[in-house]
Design a protein around this ligand. Sequence first.
Ligand SMILES: [Zn+2]
Length: 99
Amino acid sequence: MERLRFANEREESANRFLQENAVEVNYVNDINGVLSIEGSVRDRGRIFSPSLSVDRDERIIEAQCNCNWYQQNKLYQGPCEHILALRMQQARQNLEFRI
Ligand SMILES: [Zn+2]
């Protein structure tokens, strides 16, 4: 339950970043179905630099961020809100390109 609640809070923050246009995708590369994404997120006047790699099944293979939350928890409780926001922004742009 605890984990679920925290995951939801981070998803909520990630959604807010997207609404505020605070997320930028700077780099996307697809190698053999592994998608690597790098970008930046503006969070209360600070800029964070998340990056992640996902496989064909949308599973996160690895991810990093320079925020405090990530430094403390790594991925043990799931990705931080910046990593989530970057992934969501990339998926959103990808969809737009396809249309
Ligand atoms: Zn972060």
